[in-house]
Design a binder for this molecule. Structure first.
Ligand code: SF4
Length: 149
């Protein structure tokens, strides 16, 4: 399945060793590059697979996964804490000329009551033009969306 097909279906890819499982959901990734800058020996777009799960220790990988603002990257550790640590207070941060970064725990619910997604980090569309509602898909850059004069 191509990345484009995965994006449409919401499928996530899984990378695991005996210490950590990292999941990447392409449709949520807006290519901020935090992971690439944070741990380039693990997150490398030129490599296949692009995540080398054995190239750093699990704690360091978890630390960098937590910097992914969109929730495209998540992790769990099979032998220790079951899931990522959760913040107690929900924080929503306006990005200049960009989306709203949400830090949870958060449950996103559709108008009909269906749960769209639960998690700790999301990037929500602010320009209104995303093709992946309610999530940001990076369209704000293409349309030169501005929140300031
Ligand atoms: S940090 Fe998250 S949103 Fe940014 S490029 Fe990596 S996976 Fe994508």
């Amino acid at each position: 399945m191509s990345d484009e097909e995965r994006m449409k279906s919401g499928v996530s890819k899984e990378y695991r060793n005996d210490k950590i499982i990292v999941r990447w959901e392409p449709r949520l990734c807006i290519h901020t590059g935090n992971c690439l800058r944070g741990l380039p020996q693990v997150f490398n777009l030129s490599a296949r697979p692009w995540i080398s799960i054995t190239a750093a220790d699990a704690d360091k990988i978890a630390e960098v996964v937590m910097t992914c603002p969109t929730g495209a990257l998540t992790y769990e550790c099979p032998d220790s804490a079951p899931l990522e640590p959760k913040t107690e207070v929900v924080k929503i941060t306006e990005r200049p000329n960009g989306p709203l970064f949400v830090e949870g725990p958060v449950k996103i619910v559709a108008a009909d009551g269906t749960v769209i997604k639960e998690g700790n980090r999301f990037s929500l569309c602010r320009c209104g033009q995303t093709q992946n509602r309610p999530f940001c898909d990076g369209t704000h850059k293409k349309i030169n969306f501005r929140t300031t004069e």
